[in-house]
Design a protein around this ligand. Sequence first.
Ligand code: FES
Length: 81
Amino acid sequence: MFVCSCFGVTDRQVREHQEAGARTPRQIASVSKAGTDCGSCVRRIQGLLGRGACPGRQPAATAAAGAVEEPASAPSVAEAA
Ligand code: FES
């Protein structure tokens, strides 16, 4: 069954990439391009990979922390000016 119709990637191919070491949709994309066009297949790929394959959970939290820290650095920029 096709998982990614844009690139003709099947669930079997995703499983093969997973067995070869791919753990995230991004890693699947890097070896097969699946998910790099319309993106509608990314959730299906996540489903095939199982839990822990959610992309960007950790970086999103880090980015949010960075956004919180940014205003704290703003006064120092204002002080410098
Ligand atoms: S269906 Fe996979 S990128 Fe479009």
